[in-house]
Design a binder for this molecule. Structure first.
Ligand SMILES: Nc1ncnc2c1ncn2[C@@H]1O[C@H](COP(=O)(O)OP(=O)(O)OP(=O)(O)O)[C@@H](O)[C@H]1O
Ligand SMILES: [Zn+2]
Ligand SMILES: [Zn+2]
Length: 803
């Protein structure tokens, strides 16, 4: 019996199945989808069993070293999906797999040294290195040439054995528990331990009274009774208590009590959109729905009730939400409805926590998975529905390999399981909307807010006029006045500042010099707390400049506005305002995001000032004002989606205001008040915006009229980059159909990162069945250069970013 194995080495040469002999004792247990340890060259590495066969064309096959799982970690569906992704996104199969399973499941091989000779026979240096130990990990060796030389010598002499050991990283959390031995249950404690052992008696007494036959965690016991572990273990030694080890999940939401929530009766329009989804769930029919519902129209409630239907059928559901709107508030709505049936997956979880949530799914202990992008891989086997909330969000596209889009995976899985997929948003992406208009997706609409609450009134402020009036502040007069009235009326406001493009950069007012990163073509960002300049791409840092390096002027300052600076100005202008600032700096610590939001929810602040993370999902009744400080910052990015992103963002931010009984207002500050994305955001007119934007896309040949693929070529050698890019472009032009346009090569918008020059080719196509194959040929043609890290070629199908 042989196993065909995918090895955990992401490289061109290893991107295929390797044959291994299945040792006889494993024959009964092994099956596809299990992890194994296999010899590979001189190493031992992890792999996944792909197939079991009785035939191999090889002369000599090495045996599998170890089987790591009693059950497959990959379902047959996941294996097929990995193959699909590897092919569609042009990446290695193992790379696709790696993003589908929790990191904890990927075992890392360790290089271990084991003493085989008598220690006294070793050179004194090595004796000292080993100390009292018998084995050592390679990475713990002192990295001195002499030591390594001696180790090598000793290994050649056979005194030290060097081997790779694959240790399973899937450390489960083990809890020790005790229970009263069945023979002594209910018996008088005095009779069992006598009078002397008072502490032990207390433990037994407590267990008799409170636990009965139940097992109690030793930790809990010692805490409850202010006693020691020693005392408890003594009782175990006397055979009065039974010690057991129990596996426990690390549940980040453990300490929170979720109030059961009654489900509201749906409004007529909600019922109207829910009905066809429920029907598809019932019929087990694969369809993709696009739910376009204005902000506050009750989309989430529709999701919840659709899921109820799925659970009632005994099936499972996945709900994707963007990482930043995976707020406690959001999680709470699902936990309150479905309780312990819900697993939550997001990147803020520790590796162990993620693994535990994943295992709950794998073991069928939960039926609903709520999470960010990668939750689309939740290994359910009876999927009844997949929901993608805020489907337009760019974060659903993974920017590393495999460069997949969650929507694409969701639809693949929907087809596999014969179940519906529901995409929801107040501002669907143009691609999805176009598909819905063409009937590929089924369009469902919620045009009004729940309870007929009015959409907020939007004021557009021309900041050029403010400057003419002599107002140099980042706050317009109107915004400031409206903030003031919120404080007076004890209402709340959110203030949004786009982080991207608006971070602080340094410029000389005398000669116009800007401080740039010496390795990347990008301005350095000023960090106030450390008074340093930092590059966001490579991490380069230097102290803030005191004088201009070009003209020696002292008038060198930072420009632009960060949230910190806005906060400072805000407290000067409105000293009475209580402000909570939410940005990457204030939410670094685990749980701080949640704490800040809770505090705001309790009314401990008047103004929530923040970046992208406050734009979405917030549902606080007292927010009656939403302010956007600079609406243009997104408009000027070199990206054909800039207008679309601006419209989406303005709509989302506006959507935070006036969601309850109090009427909402919005103030948008801008230098380009006439831009159509700002004008249509003012009137909440998604259709009008879409119509206008579609025109632009059609004229310039962008999605949804054309598909895109982006090739980026990077190297330290600028001549090599240019020559290679030109060769690749020529090859593509010759291989692809004549309707397909190959643009470039041109310099990437960020021309250099980490000293590597970057060029790109853009492919625009409508129908190109052989495209991925052609791109694969390109990638493998340059595999030597790529493997030696001389050159980088990145292939991005349907790119979301163009930097
Ligand atoms: N049928 C209903 N009856 C009463 N209240 C409802 C109903 N449906 C939803 N709501 C409430 O209306 C508010 C807005 O609903 P929800 O948050 O689901 O909207 P949404 O469309 O998901 O919003 P957004 O896209 O802006 O985040 C919530 O407070 C929700 O509890
Ligand atoms: Zn200068
Ligand atoms: Zn840099």
């Amino acid at each position: 019996m042989y196993a065909k194995v995918i090895v955990d080495v992401p490289a061109n040469q290893t991107d295929k199945l390797f044959d291994y002999l299945v040792p006889e004792e494993l024959e009964r247990f092994i099956s596809p989808g299990m992890r194994v340890v296999v010899p590979f060259g001189s190493r031992k590495i992890q792999g996944f069993v792909w197939e079991i066969t009785t035939f191999t064309s090889l002369q000599k096959v090495k045996p599998i070293t170890e089987l790591l799982d009693p059950f497959p970690v990959l379902t047959p569906e996941m294996m097929k999906l990995a193959e699909y992704l590897a092919n569609e996104t042009v990446c290695f199969l193992i790379t696709a797999l790696q993003s589908m399973i929790p990191a904890a499941i990927r075992a890392k091989p360790k290089k271990m040294l084991t003493l085989t000779a008598n220690k006294a026979e070793l050179p004194p240096v090595l004796q000292a290195v080993f100390g009292k130990q018998h084995t050592l990990e390679w990475k713990d060796l002192p990295h001195e040439k002499g030591v390594l030389q001696l180790v090598k010598q000793a290994s050649e002499n056979g005194d030290i054995d060097i081997d790779y050991v694959v240790s399973d990283k899937t450390n489960k959390k083990i809890v020790q528990t005790v229970s009263i031995h069945p023979d002594y249950r209910g018996e008088d404690v005095q009779n069992i331990v006598g009078n002397k052992a008072k502490k032990q008696a207390a433990v037994l007494q407590w267990l008799q009274e409170n636990a009965g036959s139940a097992a109690i965690a030793v930790k809990q016991l010692t805490k409850e009774l202010h006693t020691t572990r020693q005392t408890v273990l003594e009782l175990v030694r006397k055979n009065l208590l039974v010690l057991e080890e129990r596996e426990e999940y690390r549940d980040p939401y453990q300490s929170r009590v979720f109030q059961e929530q009654e489900r509201p009766a749906l409004t007529t329009q909600q019922q109207h959109v829910l009905q066809p989804v429920q029907q598809a769930v019932h019929d087990k029919e694969h369809m993709t729905f696009l739910l376009r519902g204005v902000t506050g129209s009750g989309k989430t409630e529709v999701y919840l009730q659709a899921i109820e239907k799925v659970l009632a059928k005994g099936e499972e559901a996945i709900v994707l939400v963007p990482e930043i709107s995976l707020t406690p508030q959001m999680v709470e709505r699902f936990k309150a409805r479905f309780g312990s049936k819900v697993a939550v997956l997001h990147s803020a979880l520790a590796a162990g926590e993620k693994y535990d949530e994943w295992r709950k799914i794998h073991r069928k202990e939960v039926q609903v998975a709520v999470g960010a992008r990668s939750a689309v891989f939740a290994p359910f086997e009876h999927l009844g529905l997949i929901i993608i909330d805020e489907e337009h969000e760019g974060s659903y596209k993974q920017e590393d390999h495999p460069k997949y889009h969650a929507r694409q995976v969701a639809i693949w899985r929907g087809k596999h399981h014969n179940c519906p997929v529901m995409l929801g948003s107040a501002t669907p992406s143009l691609e999805s909307y176009a598909r819905a208009r063409k009937g590929v997706y089924k369009l469902l609409e919620l045009k009004e807010r729940v309870n007929n609450i009015a959409m907020p009134v939007v004021n557009i402020i021309d900041m050029r006029e403010e400057l003419k009036k002599g107002n140099r502040s980042v706050f317009s007069e109107l915004l400031l006045e409206k903030l003031r009235t919120r404080i007076e009326r004890n209402e709340q406001a959110v203030l949004f500042l786009n982080r991207r493009g608006y971070s602080t950069f340094v410029m000389c007012r005398n000669c116009g010099y800007t401080a740039d990163c010496p390795h990347c073509e990008i301005t350095l960002t000023y960090h106030h707390t450390k008074r340093q300049l930092k590059c966001h791409y490579c991490g380069f840092e230097e102290p803030m400049l005191q004088r201009c390096p070009d003209c020696d002027s002292e008038h060198i300052r930072f420009f632009g506005t960060g949230t910190q600076k806005v906060e400072e100005e805000l407290t000067k202008l409105l000293p009475e305002a209580r402000v909570i600032r939410m940005d990457v700096d204030t939410t670094k610590r685990k749980g701080s995001h949640e704490k800040l939001l809770q505090s705001f929810g309790r009314g401990e602040a008047d103004i929530l000032l923040g970046t992208q993370m406050i734009a979405k999902g917030l549902d606080f009744p007292k927010i009656t004002l939403a302010g956007v400080l600079a609406a243009d910052t997104l408009l000027h990015l070199p990206d054909f989606r800039a207008s679309e992103r601006t419209f989406q963002l303005l709509t989302q931010v506006s959507g935070r205001a006036g969601r309850d009984k109090l009427t909402g207002e919005v103030v948008i500050q801008t230098y380009t008040p006439d831009h159509y994305s700002i004008q249509h955001a003012k009137t909440h007119n998604y259709e009008a915006f879409t119509l206008e934007e579609m025109g632009h896309r059609k004229r310039s040949g962008y999605p949804p009229y054309y598909y895109l693929a982006l090739l980026t070529i990077a190297s330290e050698d600028v001549v090599q980059v240019i020559q290679t890019s030109e060769k690749i472009a020529a090859y593509l032009r010759q291989s692809l159909s004549s309707e397909t346009k190959v643009l470039g090569p041109t310099v990437s918008p960020i021309a250099r990162i980490k000293d590597r020059y970057r060029y790109q080719c853009m492919i625009k196509y409508r129908n190109e069945p052989n495209l991925t194959q052609t791109l694969q040929v390109v990638a493998s043609h340059y595999q030597k250069e790529i493997a030696s890290e001389k050159m980088f070629i990145s292939i991005d199908m349907n790119p979301q970013m163009f930097m």
